[in-house]
Write a protein that binds this ligand. Structure first.
Ligand code: ADE
Ligand code: ZN
Length: 336
């Protein structure tokens, strides 16, 4: 028999929605990492029972280098991608934009086309098995140079891979400083070439990072963006332009942006008229599921079914899915 709690989760799982902020880097299963490390003769960074304990964003990003370094074969990348689609289906999402940052994947450095091809193989196999489609957002790291950014954009433009929907930027803004100007030209060229633009800001940066994402990087979507709440004029700008924020509550708690869900500004941003969506960021490493994130917020902020439907609608509309798929998901949402 299902308890009221499980039936609530089941309803949230059934809510038609998209995931628009998740990193492939955040999808390693602990046992798989242990196995790969043992086979490669690589030491674990800490004991298995504390493997996914992070002190903050810098420590977390460092861990990504270690974990991604173990994904050295085409099969491993394809498997990881297939697993992402499977998890998506289990959470009731009909589409995802997934971020991949090549800097973390040491075995693939200098071989981006091959890397994208391996990931694409996993997502294509998943789609053939009836799992949801996924678009790839290839990401710069905040601490990279403008030359490295130009090189990545050159490669993406030359490749024109149908799986790649966007240029992204992630990493640690607190470590990099105010780097909007450094990446402006790369983002301008990506936009001109027809790529969408999604920008991590307002997580490890304050509101100034969000403003730069809009004004210097032409962001179609902001990943996190939560610290925009500290600047009312910036919130007004986000509302006026209806630039979506791809918010990840559990990630913000686990990586120390906010101390508790009650302190999290998602509900205040929503009430101010910002377009907010709910996402997982790094689901396995941070212990977040998409339906679990909806449950966490709906409990903390007392959201109604209409609120949940509006948030799911935002996620679909903010996604880089093709218009037909978006229309189908919106249609399905109306009968939830
Ligand atoms: N890469 C993976 N997760 C990230 C996050 N939360 N912030 C910045 N870069 C990331
Ligand atoms: Zn992220």
């Amino acid at each position: 028999m299902s308890t009221p709690q499980t039936s609530h989760i089941d309803r949230l799982r059934a809510l038609p929605k998209a995931e628009v902020h998740a990193h492939l880097e955040g999808c390693f299963e602990p046992l798989v990492l242990e196995q790969w490390a043992a086979r490669a003769g690589v030491a674990m960074p800490r004991p298995p029972d504390r493997l996914f304990e992070f002190t903050g964003l810098a420590d977390f990003l460092h861990f990504l280098d270690w974990a991604c370094g173990l994904a050295s074969t085409r099969e491993r990348l394809a498997e990881l991608s297939y697993g992402f689609s499977k998890r998506l289906a289990d959470s009731g999402a009909g589409y995802a934009d997934v971020i991949v940052n090549p800097t973390h994947w040491k075995a693939w450095h200098g071989r981006l086309p091959e890397m994208i091809d391996a990931i694409d193989a996993g997502f294509s196999a998943a789609e053939q098995d009836g799992l949801p489609p996924v678009g790839l957002c290839i990401s710069l790291l905040r601490t990279q140079s403008s030359d490295a950014a130009a090189e990545l954009v050159d490669t993406l433009i030359a490749l024109r891979h149908p799986r790649v929907v966007a240029l992204s930027i992630d990493g640690n803004e607190a470590a990099a400083g105010r780097t909007g100007p450094r990446f402006a030209e790369a983002f301008r060229r990506a936009g001109q070439a027809g790529l969408r633009r999604t920008v991590h800001a307002g997580e490890s940066s304050g509101p100034e990072g969000v403003r730069d994402a809009i004004e210097l990087l032409g962001a179609d979507r902001i990943d996190h963006g939560v610290r925009a709440i500290e600047d009312p004029e910036l919130v007004e700008l986000l509302v006026d332009r209806q630039i979506p924020l791809a918010i990840c509550p559990t990630s913000n708690l686990k990586l120390g942006v906010y101390a508790s869900i009650e302190d999290h500004p998602i509900d205040r941003l929503r009430h101010a008229g910002a377009v907010v969506s709910i996402n997982t960021d790094d689901p396995v490493l941070l212990g977040a599921s998409l339906e679990g994130e909806y449950a966490l917020c709906s409990k903390a902020f007392g959201w109604s079914d209409d609120d949940l439907r509006a948030l799911a609608r935002n996620s679909i509309e903010a996604s880089f899915a093709n218009p037909d798929l978006k229309a189908r998901l919106i249609q399905a949402l109306s009968s939830w």
